[in-house]
Design a protein around this ligand. Structure first.
Ligand code: PLP
Length: 421
């Protein structure tokens, strides 16, 4: 469900025609719908009504301050994976006590920052990290609230790059070793064990892997209780999939109902870390056709956005719907939509049926609200694109397009290179 639709063959976001935004801000740009983001958050949190829970939006999916703020105003927290994401979350007004910190490589300075902030909990991913957090908390004369992120060894049946809960992945602590680490954690005076966490992967389109994870974590929680280790928070991570093409993921309501049923009788607060399901279909990338080019056996449509702006197709071979911003009477052809980057992997859609776009046409690359802008880079010295938020009849620039000046910010030429050649 989203708020991008055609009125008289023109694509709108809520009540604003995309062509009007393109004329004012130029292309390419990311565009998000306020109504869709709010609706997704409300639907998701409503699915857990009656069960104590906290929805921590995964900042890495889309870290724009306006979007973090929007979710924070609806009561959401943040799932962060770096000091930079903590900084963003705080700047956006997320309450520290609603922040959970995941990630296999937390640095000492990042741990200190999170301890001083007073976050809800650290999701610890290794025995060495456990020791490091305990040591740093000791030096700061404080206590770190922690969960262990468990690797439950479950196949989420998604793309190998975005599955994270298998034994062979780098994430989490092997479930067989977890008990031992918990026993150790409770003996450390500067740690406070508060939770159990997991995150098994992303773009998961079935309930079964989530339920398997819950079953294993429930067993672990019971085992811990028997040993007198009380668990307050069960963090099930994110990972619920969305429809990019033909996928039929469970509706958040089904997901919520199934999880609530599986957790019946357990006295814990459930934490969820959705990213993609909240933001993915709430955003698009709008780009303009520069040229078309026909080779012996291929049609190329060259647009002004590339893999540096939207990496997912190149990185995962992922599918994004390609919609014309203005529908015209033109034939459908099989073509590849490619960017200006000097890499053959630079495509937004490969060998796909699409309208025979012409130079100057505007194209909407759908379902780009998660892992779109947040994964973008300056590769090929391309300034990062603008981000726009539409609400009802208006649009707001929530991140200005970068200029060439941004590209060289912080760089300097050492004195020994200063003489003219
Ligand atoms: C990436 C990530 C998420 C969000 O995943 P989605 O598939 O976008 O919901 C949540 N938790 C952790 C620990 C992550 O790494």
């Amino acid at each position: 469900m989203h708020h991008f639709y055609y009125i008289n063959r023109e694509l709108y976001c809520e009540n604003v025609p995309l062509a009007r935004i393109a004329a004012q801000v130029g292309t390419p740009f990311y565009l998000y719908s306020h109504a869709t983001l709010s609706r997704h958050f409300r639907t998701f949190t409503a699915a857990f009504e009656g069960f104590s829970h906290l929805v921590c939006f995964a900042v890495k999916a889309n870290g724009n301050l306006a979007i973090l703020r929007l979710f924070a105003q609806l009561g959401g927290g943040a799932d962060i994976v770096s000091g930079g994401e903590l900084y963003r979350a705080l700047k956006a007004g997320v309450e520290p006590k609603k922040v959970v910190y995941s990630g296999v490589g937390k640095k000492p300075a990042e741990i200190r920052f999170a301890l001083k902030t007073g976050i809800l909990m650290f999701n610890i991913e290794s025995s060495q990290e456990l020791a490091a957090i305990s040591r740093i908390a000791g030096r700061l004369k404080t206590k770190a609230p922690i969960a262990l992120r468990i690797n439950p060894n479950i196949d989420p049946k998604t793309h190998p790059y975005i599955s994270t809960g298998l034994k062979k992945n780098k994430f989490g602590i092997n479930i067989d070793q977890a008990l031992q680490d918990y026993r150790r954690a409770v003996t450390l005076p500067h740690l406070e064990v508060v939770g159990v966490a997991c995150h098994i992967g992303s773009q998961i389109t079935e309930l079964a892997p989530f339920l398997e994870a819950v079953a294993r974590l429930k067993d672990l929680i019971r085992q811990l209780e028997r040993e007198g280790i009380h668990i307050r928070y069960l963090d099930l991570g994110g990972g619920l999939g969305i429809t990019y093409d033909q996928e039929r993921p469970p509706h958040p309501q089904e997901y919520g109902a199934a999880l609530r049923k599986a957790l019946e009788g357990l006295k814990i607060t459930l934490i969820l870390e959705p990213g993609r399901v909240l933001a993915g279909n709430a955003g698009i990338l709008v780009t303009r056709v520069l040229y078309t080019k026909d080779t012996e056996d291929k049609h190329f449509i060259i647009v002004d956005a590339g893999m540096n702006d939207l990496a997912r197709p190149s990185l995962y071979g992922s599918y994004h719907g390609i919609w014309p911003v203005v529908k015209k009477d033109c034939p459908t052809i099989t073509a590849s939509l490619v960017g200006p980057i000097c890499e053959s992997g630079d495509f937004l859609a490969k060998n796909r049926k699409m309208p025979a776009f012409q130079p100057q046409d505007l194209v909407a690359v759908m379902s780009s609200g998660a892992y779109g802008f947040s994964m973008s880079s300056n590769y090929n010295a391309r300034p990062r694109v603008a981000e726009i938020l539409v609400k009802d009849n208006d649009f707001y620039v929530i991140r200005k397009r970068e200029t060439y000046r941004h590209l060289i910010r912080g760089e300097s030429i050492p004195d020994f290179l200063r003489n003219s050649p």
